[in-house]
Write a protein that binds this ligand. Sequence first.
Ligand code: PHE
Ligand code: ZN
Length: 882
Amino acid sequence: MRTDIGQVFKLEDYRPSDYFIPETKLTFRLSPEKTMVVALLTLERRDGVDVSAPLVLAGDGPMRLVRVEVDGKALSPEDYEATPDSLTLAKLPAARRFTLLMETQLAPSQNETLMGLYRSSGVYCTQCEAEGFRRIVYFLDRPDILSVYTVRIEALKSEAPLLLSNGNPVESGKLEGGRHYAVWHDPFPKPSYLFALVAGDLGRITDSFTTMSGKKVDLGIYVEHGKEKLAHYAMDALKRSMKWDEETFGCEYDLDVFNIVAVSDFNMGAMENKGLNIFNDKYVLADRETATDADFANIEAIIAHEYFHNWTGNRITCRDWFQLCLKEGLTVFRDHEFSADQRSRPVKRIAEVRTLRAHQFPEDQGPLAHPVRPRRYREINNFYTATVYEKGSEVVRMIRTILGAETFRQGMDLYFLRHDGEAATIEDFIRVFEDVSGRDLSQFALWYHQAGTPNVTVGSSHNPATQEFTLEIEQSVPPTPSESRKRLMHIPLAFGLVGRNGKDLVYSNAEGASVENGVIHIRKRRHTVRFSGITERPAISLNRGFSAPLTLAVEQSADDKFFLAGNDSDEFSRWQAFNTLLTDALIDAFRQILGGKKPIFVARLTSLAGKIAGDETLEPAYRALALMLPSEADIARDIGKNIDPDAIFAGREALAVAIAKENQAVFTHLYETLQDRGEFSPNAKDAGRRALRNMLLDYLCLLPGGAKLTLRHFHDATNMTDRAAALTMLAHRHHGSPEAIEALGAFETRYASDPLVMDKWFQIQASVPGPQTVESVRALTSHPAFSMTNPNRLRSLVGTFSAANQTGFHRPDGEGYRLFVETVLDVEKRNPQMASRLATALRSWRSLEPVRQAKAREALLAMANTENLSADLRDIIERTLA
Ligand code: PHE
Ligand code: ZN
């Protein structure tokens, strides 16, 4: 484990390497306790670099260096300096090109970090992003060193009949002693973080895809034996992704094979290694019996995401890790667009915005805030964040909004043409769009460089005499760590002036800001925008489609909000209007409860929920999202400070009950008519119907007889979506009832031997609201299906408890934090990356009320005062406390 030495990496310190590695030849002799790796590198000194320049290769972890040769001659230990984290060669041949051979010894079975070469359920696999390759062999382990790899793998055939690496298969054969080998060659120069190897005994499904230029690609998905039938949905998603990328971006696949391997121990979602994607098995395996509709949608999105990286990430990679959003933000944007095309665009957009607000906004508004392109880091692993991924995607979306779809596509074409085969920067990316559009995007680029969620406030007035409608718009960006003064942003604010008939009013002229194609371009602190030819006072619909990731405060009457919630032609904004009404009511309820009163809700609001539920002009999936109350965390974020999670919870439950009572008849009727008929399909339409039906049950379960009704839903379920939804309602809203106990028991018995399904069981119990959940989570850590070393299990139980259980985790006596600290420190010893991800759950601690805040601080200090913390965890804890 690398402990913290306080080193800070800075963007401005970037220098090209003195040496390049045009070719890398690797031989792996695999064995659980003693794997030998021989790396033969062709090195090249950069033009103009002096022969005396030392070669410094990065290393990490417990690897043992057993041999070093330069140009075929063995070096003695005096000729180089090897430490755990570097190998320095000071005396090198004068020739510009020479070879370096290194042999290292590894123990993959002992590797619990899940980085470098490790074993997952007996399968050898690798994870090299961001800096894992250096755990295999010393290397120039930085993304701007592009090398052509040839990889030879040798292993016992009985232990590892399957031998995979990047690129195309070249050769394979038998060796002595029951061993065999395979050679792989990847003709595309790539950075070391995209290297991968898999060896083991796995089942597979195969298929093929013919690219737009007529090339046949062999596709393979490898899974645990017996799970093959669970991989077909992923295969289908892969083929649809390949097709979509050709049609939408003109991107064609470039190797003869494309393989995906599912492993059960994986820190992240999946990894885009060239031609050999490695996946967390939960994002591959699915069928109706074990996966929810949300699981299917995630699989589709992540399969697409990793595949799309082949062009945005692999063919064009990042110059350095500060540019991480160049591949991640852009690839998220691409997978969002893919899902929007495969499913329902407005529904997808609402879901994206909910995710952004739930994960990125708190990051941007708390101590861990950083720009989409950070300028410094201590540990790059801590920058695989919602800001880099999700906000990074929003920035790309804004470029498209500003340029229009056609010019945006021209910019992407130019990006692929100009930078293919390179390690590029955000500046390169912005420049292609400036070049195709002739626009100056320098102010816009602040979205990459400046952290924090901008606030926009808007007031309006209408003058019937002059037929003028005026908007007073003001922007501000709140201070974030180490950025106290902010510059003004270029904000593309999509809008509509909605008339009484629900149609957008047409204005004759707009002045005070540039207004084009339904977008106001805010560039100054204040704009007074005057629209002329406006005969009636419109309701203003702002930030349509969530055109910019900001918080918006519009001075608007309740009448206008209700009107927009029923009439806005922009479906996102219509959803937003209703959601804002719900949020307003929930914040008010919170205040009432703190003041010792019982919250009351106006019938106008609760009955609107019933109208939306029954509105046949809206897709069921959309209606389900509209009826979903803002989460406790959403409400807390909007309140901002002095948070008492118990009062928020009580207010939210009260509103849910009020909506249920008001609409019992409509909801019951709809619930009955929406029942599943015919064959199961995970398609968006059927999933939407299930989502609405389960959302209605979520209300009905609160009424008398609700537990019985929900238990019947549980037992009648013919798919995991319905079964898990019913179980959640029983466990959360009828905690401790005979019905809840029966359902939890039945689920456990049925799925005891399926770890991915048991994750749902853990997750549901970890999120039961209330103080008693700390104890039940603690007890569940001893459940036979639980494991402290498996990231999926940990995330389901402790991750869910700490990140998604407001009342349980933030128990005022600090017991939730105590369990959390114990777990984080325990996990840290094996898997620092996992521990530091878990630890971010306390990032919003300063918005809690004083008693909880003091307990949270104690917990953070307890971690900070622990000796020998990993660089990963120390970085998170110290920034959180700063
Ligand atoms: N690059 C991966 C993705 O987003 C994420 C990842 C990062 C996986 C680091 C493993 C390690 O597609
Ligand atoms: Zn990615």
